[in-house]
Design a protein around this ligand. Structure first.
Ligand code: ADP
Ligand code: MG
Length: 526
C-alpha cells in the first residue's frame, strides 16, 4: 500500500494534497508519480475517473522551479478539460504558488496574452489555441521540461495529430514526455513511438478478483443532482445501517452536512479525525444512533461492523480492487447485503471496467421519482397512524386537544397534527427538470440533433446500440430516429435524455466523431 508520504514531497505540495482531501494515491498515481518525479517518460493508461490529472500534476508541481517561464505544457482535447485540469493544478500548486494558465479557443486571446506576459509556469491548453500563441510568438516553449498529452486518444480522435506534432517540435528535444489515455489504439502507439524516449508503460488493470456474494446494483445519476438522487435511493431502499463512500475527506464532510440538513442521521469518518473522535462515531454507528456512516476508503478500512445492510458508493471507487474492498463491508455474518453504486455519465466506462474485472453482475435500477418516494412516505405515515390508534393510550392526548374539537373540523385537526408531526417530510415537492426547451419532440420525449448521418454510414441500430452502451439506458428509451445524409434526429425518453445528452455530446459512433445537441423545433421541416 502506498501513501503520499512515500513520495517525500515537499511540505507545501503535501499540504495542498491534504487540503484537497486526498488520503492516499489512486493506483495510477501510485505507479506514475515516482516515474514522473524521476524524469523518465511515461505512458499512463487508465479509465476516466481514475485520477490521471494528479498523477502528472503532483510531480510536475513538485519539480517546478521558481523561474517565471513555461516549464510544463499540458495538452488537452477540449476547453472543458483544459479548465478542469488547470483547476486541479491550481489546487496542487496553491502553497507552492505555482502559476498556471488554461488557454483555449473561445476566450479572448488578448486576455491570454496578458496573462502569459506575467509569467506562467504551467500552461494547460487545447492544441489549436496553443499553436495560435506559438505562431504569434506570445508563448515560448524553449524552456519546457515536461510535456503532457492528456486524454491522448481523444485528442487524436479529434484530429489534432498535426497540431500536436507542430507543438512538440517547438519544445526542447531533451524534454520529458508524458502521455495519458484511457485506451491505447495504434495511432496513440505511433505517436508515443515517435516522440517519447523509452517510456515506462503503466496500466492499472489487475487481473481477476473475487467478489463476495452480495447483490450489486447501480443507479445512473447526474453530477448536479447527485445528492438528491442519493436521498431518494436511501429513502426507497430502506437503508437501516449503511456505509456511504466518498472519494475525499472534503467530500465526506460536505455530504454529512447535507444529509444532516435534510434530516438524516449520519456522521462521517476520515483520516483527519483523532482516534477518540473515530471511536465516538463508530460507537454511534454500532448503537444505531446514526443510520448512515459516510467514509473515505482509508477510514473504512479498519472498521468492522455487523449488520451493515447497505454499502453505497456515492463516488464510484477508482479501481476494481477498492470496489471489492468497499462492498465487502456489507453482508457480514451470513446476512445478505446490498451494494449500490451511483454512476455519472463520465464514470460509466469505469463502472463497466469494474464489472468486467470483478465479474460482478450489477443490475441497473432507476432512481425513484419524487412521486414514488412521496407515496412511500405517505404510506409509512398512514401505517404509523393506524398503529398508534391500535396500540391505544391516546386518552392523555385527547385531554390535550381539549375543546379544539368543538371549534374545528376533526379532519382539519388530524391534518394539522400530521403536518406538525411529519415536520416537512410530506411537503409537496416537484422534480428538478433538465430543461431542453421545446425540441419539437413527441410528448414525453426530447429530440436531439446529431451531426452525423447516412454519409457516415450510421444505421438506426448503430445509434440505439451506442446510446444504450454509452449512456447505459435501455434501447426502449430511444424513440423515433430520422437519419439524413449529414445529420440525424433522434428522440429519447425524457427520463433518460439528460444521461444520453451528457454521455454522447462528445463521443463516437462507428468511428465517426459525434456531437449531439437538443434539437430546435424549427429544424424539423428541413
Ligand atoms: P481522470 O483524468 O483519470 O479521468 P481525474 O484526474 O479527473 O480522473 O480525477 C477524477 C476525480 O478523482 C477528481 O474529482 C479528482 O479530484 C479525484 N481524485 C483524484 N485523485 C484522488 C485521490 N488520490 N483521492 C481522492 N480523490 C482523488
Ligand atoms: Mg483526465
Amino acid at each position: 500500500m502506498t501513501s503520499f508520504e512515500d513520495f517525500s514531497l515537499s511540505r507545501r505540495v503535501q499540504q495542498s494534497i491534504d487540503e484537497m482531501g486526498f488520503e492516499e494515491p489512486s493506483p495510477i498515481q501510485a505507479a506514475c508519480i515516482p516515474i514522473v518525479l524521476s524524469g523518465s517518460d511515461a505512458i499512463g493508461q487508465a479509465q476516466t475517473g481514475t485520477g490521471k490529472t494528479a498523477a502528472f500534476g503532483i510531480p510536475i508541481v513538485e519539480r517546478a522551479t521558481p523561474d517565471k517561464h513555461v516549464q510544463a505544457l499540458v495538452l488537452t482535447p477540449t476547453r472543458e478539460l483544459a479548465i478542469q485540469v488547470a483547476g486541479e493544478f491550481r489546487k496542487i500548486g496553491k502553497y507552492k504558488r505555482v502559476r498556471t494558465l488554461p488557454i483555449y479557443g473561445g476566450q479572448s486571446i488578448g486576455h491570454q496574452i496578458r496573462a502569459l506576459q506575467q509569467g506562467v509556469q504551467v500552461v494547460i491548453g487545447t492544441p489549436g489555441r496553443v499553436l495560435d500563441h506559438l505562431r504569434r510568438g506570445t508563448l515560448k516553449l524553449s524552456h519546457v521540461k515536461t510535456v503532457v498529452l492528456d486524454e491522448a486518444d481523444e485528442m487524436l480522435d479529434m484530429g489534432f495529430i498535426e497540431d500536436i506534432e507542430s507543438i512538440l517540435k517547438e519544445t526542447p528535444d531533451e524534454r520529458q514526455t508524458l502521455l495519458f489515455s484511457a485506451t491505447f489504439p495504434s495511432e496513440v502507439k505511433r505517436l508515443s513511438g515517435r516522440y517519447m524516449k523509452s517510456p515506462q508503460h503503466v496500466t492499472v488493470n489487475r487481473g481477476e478478483m473475487t467478489v463476495p456474494l452480495i447483490d450489486q446494483v447501480y443507479y445512473k445519476v447526474l453530477e448536479r443532482s447527485k445528492l438528491d438522487s442519493l436521498c431518494r435511493v436511501v429513502d426507497s431502499e430502506e437503508v437501516q445501517l449503511g456505509i456511504i463512500f466518498c472519494r475525499t475527506k472534503r467530500g465526506v464532510d460536505e455530504l454529512v452536512e447535507a444529509l444532516l440538513a435534510r434530516g438524516y442521521l449520519g456522521d462521517g469518518l476520515h483520516g483527519d479525525l483523532s482516534q477518540a473522535q473515530r471511536d465516538r462515531v463508530m460507537k454511534k454507528f454500532r448503537d444505531n444512533d446514526i443510520e448512515l456512516l459516510v467514509a473515505t476508503d482509508v477510514a473504512a478500512r479498519g472498521i468492522d461492523v455487523e449488520n451493515v445492510t447497505h454499502v453505497i458508493n456515492y463516488d464510484i471507487p477508482q479501481d476494481p480492487e477498492s470496489y471489492v474492498h468497499r462492498i465487502g463491508r456489507t453482508g457480514r455474518a451470513g446476512k445478505r447485503g446490498l451494494a449500490i453504486t451511483l454512476v455519472t455519465p463520465r464514470e460509466f466506462k469505469l463502472l463497466k471496467q469494474i464489472e468486467r474485472e470483478t465479474h460482478a453482475k450489477m443490475m441497473v435500477r432507476e432512481v425513484p421519482s419524487l412521486e414514488d418516494v412521496a407515496e412511500r412516505q405517505a404510506e409509512g405515515w398512514r401505517n404509523r397512524i393506524v398503529e398508534a390508534i391500535q396500540s391505544g393510550g391516546l386518552g392523555h392526548y385527547r385531554a390535550i386537544l381539549g375543546n379544539i374539537i368543538d371549534d374545528h373540523d376533526p379532519i382539519d385537526v388530524a391534518c394539522a397534527a400530521l403536518k406538525l408531526a411529519s415536520a416537512g417530510e410530506l411537503e409537496n415537492q416537484s422534480d428538478v427538470d433538465y430543461d431542453f426547451g421545446d425540441t419539437g419532440a413527441t410528448p414525453g420525449m426530447v429530440r436531439f440533433f446529431v451531426n452525423v448521418g447516412r454519409s457516415a454510414r450510421i444505421s438506426p441500430a448503430d445509434l440505439v446500440r451506442t446510446i444504450s452502451e454509452e449512456a447505459g439506458v435501455p434501447g426502449q428509451s430511444v424513440g423515433k430516429i430520422d437519419i439524413f445524409d449529414r445529420f440525424t434526429f433522434v428522440e429519447i425518453e425524457q427520463e433518460s435524455a439528460p444521461f444520453v445528452y451528457e454521455a454522447l455530446r462528445q463521443s463516437r459512433i462507428n468511428g465517426a466523431r459525434v456531437n449531439m445537441e437538443p434539437a430546435k423545433p424549427r429544424t424539423r421541416t428541413r
